[in-house]
Design a protein around this ligand. Sequence first.
Ligand SMILES: [Cu+2]
Length: 229
Amino acid sequence: AISIAIQSRMANSVAMKAIIIIFFSTILFYSASTTNHTVGGATGWDVVSNLQNWTKTTTFYTGDNLEFVYGPVHDVLEVDEDSYTKCQTSKPIRTFNNGDTVIPLDKPGTRYFICGTGGHCESGLKVQVAILANSSRSTGGNRRPSTTPPHSPAPSRSPPTPRNPTPDIPDTPDIPDTPSFPISPPPGQHSASEVQYHIPGWLFSLPFIMILFLLDAPTLHMLEHYQIS
Ligand SMILES: [Cu+2]
């Protein structure tokens, strides 16, 4: 009786593991397919950040997030193009001041953000982001920097470009070189993080589950044996 109890507990743990794996690999999948762009990189939303350079080396897609991290001396105003150009803080579209503002980039187009604190916008604390339709990602849009603007043909084989200094969420935290990935990326030089796969997230966890069950096959076999007897 004791060993049966132990065996059924092991079966439970297999199911547990499967659930946990599905859960985390789904999260992993979705975090791999969206990018959180920390505005200004390591120095954040601050006058010391070179925001013009930052936007030049970053490509924005619908589905990505912009994250503004800033101290209490700053705020974030979303403005129209005219206010952006003139650093006019009097008619913002939206205002944020909680120190950590995440803006989902939900549609293509250009959006403008400035700091509302006196003089900061004039000192360069302003950012303009051109958001590309997400579909351009899957058709081989160059996900990462390339110092070229997104519209010109991207160099297909650029030397390891300096990754953007952003400590944003690593695109593919622990996915090894996708050994078990069921779908091979489109031809091209894109790493896993650069390509959006058009498969449901749960499918992403299948290889892991298969590995799990292969590893646990002896356990399952023993379990069957116990149930028969
Ligand atoms: Cu400011």
